[in-house]
Design a protein around this ligand. Structure first.
Ligand code: BEZ
Ligand code: FE
Length: 256
């Protein structure tokens, strides 16, 4: 076993042992916890549990000091290889897609403000009722998922609908644990993006809608003030907002 694994595992176990002593955990509680571990595995919810309750600390630890735009958690609902969109750059959606239309536009640059032409924005989001295609009943496969490339000036633009807030699944063990602790299961409305360009660190992030509930008590603790956007009415029944992304140069691997 490596020193790192030894230290990390020892430390995690020591902290669990300390919590058991501090709270005088009973055999009944230990058996309940064991059954809960089994239930999380059987429900396939370990990725969900990790992304809700652990990923935000790993993300902040990994990228909190990085130059450029703020990132936040990836979460469990990304699907690779969404279609690359063409004019009119509209995220694929149902003909009767519910929700307010919004235009999203801005620029992708390096940290010195130089435009990055041909940068890729991989975008995914829940629908206005808070449902992700491919994971929840309702929206068809590929709904509200697509990739957009920047133009020669680093500009991008696409239209979509303003997503709704959503809860993590309530009937599974992660939701039941959340309820048992008396915590809110909601995530505020957000649009996910991975912004990438050759030679730069990919930016995994989310843009949070300012009018959404739950910005102050996101179950996944992923909201950062720099990531809150303000869709403005455009006078034609729709909305628009801009957001510029600055990418940090790719890190040179440390020589061992
Ligand atoms: C999400 O943003 O899609 C998400 C993140 C963590 C847990 C569940 C969902
Ligand atoms: Fe999400």
């Amino acid at each position: 076993m490596s020193d790192r694994a030894n230290q990390l595992i020892s430390d995690i176990l020591r902290r669990i042992h300390e919590a058991i002593v501090e709270h005088n955990v009973t055999y009944e509680e230990y058996h309940t916890a064991k059954q809960w571990f089994i239930d999380v595995g059987e429900a396939g919810e370990w990725p969900l549990f990790g992304d809700v309750y652990i990923e935000h600390v790993v993300e902040e630890q990994a990228f909190g000091n990085r130059k450029g735009s703020k990132g936040t958690i990836l979460g469990p609902f990304h699907v690779p290889d969404a279609p690359v969109l063409d004019v009119p750059f509209e995220l694929p959606h149902r003909p009767d897609e519910p929700g307010d239309r919004t235009r999203v536009s801005g620029r992708v640059t390096d940290v010195d403000g130089h435009p990055l032409a041909g940068a890729n924005l991989d975008v995914w989001q829940a629908d206005a009722e808070g449902r992700y295609s491919g994971f929840m009943p309702g929206p068809p496969q590929g709904n509200l998922r697509g990739q957009v490339r920047t133009d020669a000036d680093g500009g991008y633009e696409f239209t979509t609908v303003i997503p709704g807030p959503y809860t993590i699944p309530l009937d599974g063990p992660t939701g039941k644990m959340t309820a048992a602790a008396g915590w809110s299961p909601w995530r505020p409305a957000h649009i996910h993006l991975i912004v990438s360009a050759d030679g730069y660190e990919p930016l995994v992030t989310q843009l949070f809608i300012d009018s959404s509930d739950y910005l102050d008590n996101d179950v996944a603790s992923a909201v950062k003030p720099e990531l809150i956007v303000h869709p403005e009415p455009t006078g034609d029944g729709g909305y628009a907002f801009t957001y510029d992304f600055a990418l940090a140069p790719v890190r040179t691997p440390a020589i061992a």
